[in-house]
Design a protein around this ligand. Sequence first.
Ligand SMILES: *Cc1c(COP(=O)(O)O)cnc(C)c1O
Length: 395
Amino acid sequence: MTDWQELEHKYLMNTFKRSPLTLVRGEGARVWDDRGKEYLDFVGGWAVNVLGHAHPEIVNAVSEQARTLIQTSNQFYTVPQIRLAELLIENSCFDKVFFCNSGAEADEGAVKLARRYGRLHLDGAYEVITAMGSFHGRTLAMVAATGQPKFQEPYTPLPEGFINVDYDDMDAIKRATVKKTCAVMLEAIQGEGGVNIPDGNYLKEVSSWCDELGILLILDEIQTGMGRTGTLFAYQHYGIEPDIMTLAKGLGGGVPIGALLAKEKASVFGPGDHGSTFGGNPLACAAGYATLKYILEHNVVENCRQVGNYLKASLEGLKAKFENIIEVRGLGLLVAVELSSDIADGLVKACLDEGLLLNAVKPSALRFMPPLIIGESEVDEAMGILEGVLAKVSG
Ligand SMILES: *Cc1c(COP(=O)(O)O)cnc(C)c1O
């Protein structure tokens, strides 16, 4: 049998701390490795596979589109791009969309759009306020936007124009807002930062502050969008309408695609101001269209809300039994448990051996981000495995 992992170490850059398994196939919320072992997948392609693996609607849409037209460049109009744009705009508070290929690229685009807006309407303002503990991607500018020193320090000097302030602290944003501020960019819930949920009024207050000063609110919904938190977009929980929103992860149901959406007033790009060779490519947009249409027509968001509540309740049950769990937090199917010590990596490893894939979002926290189509029986199965593992750890 080919030792894929040995070959990888020979040929690939050593950038990922991978779990020691090679996945070859998936279906629904399950995946199989190259030795035929089955796993229940609560990593879900990193909060990407909202409809699970090999969903027939996505498979059909992608196959059909691959046979028809894969790539044209943006020199031409293409139908899948327009259909996905219409579906996104008609189901959100935004007026215009631009498609790209990843989350980092969507956030970069959003910052460029905000700077364009600053030039046109805010006397040249260019600075963007972002939060500590945030995650906005791996490009140089998004590393500057990401308020985590461990991502920033190896790559200085970083592009200017970002100021990182404490998350969930309205006064910190007020203090940081100056004449050169053009936007505030935040996640509705900090995903990579550990599933950090802000106070119920925070985003509303930030939104009002931005409105009052005429600066833009950019909401990074790359992880929280596409139903993940139990509403189609997380801003809907908070009674706000951001000026700009970014999407990626779940948008293509597993096929790489990103997008930035904006209100009419903030849609200030003109011809040539921004672009992408692959952005909005027919294949990716066909996947996105099939994904979003299925979400809208099959109560996927409702299911996510219900099963998410069930997952949280089940985890609360484990918390009552095991002292290692000190907090359960999350919305919809973006959930984390905080542990009393740095045992997350060990738990992930032990669960993997028992056939459950989980993510250690921090040394002291587990993250659950399964497909949004799972049922309570899959939660029960996952909880059974986790309980067994916790029982062993607790000795
Ligand atoms: C994953 C993520 C990104 C970066 O997306 P990539 O596709 O990896 O570039 C940006 N922001 C948030 C909130 C994310 O979760």
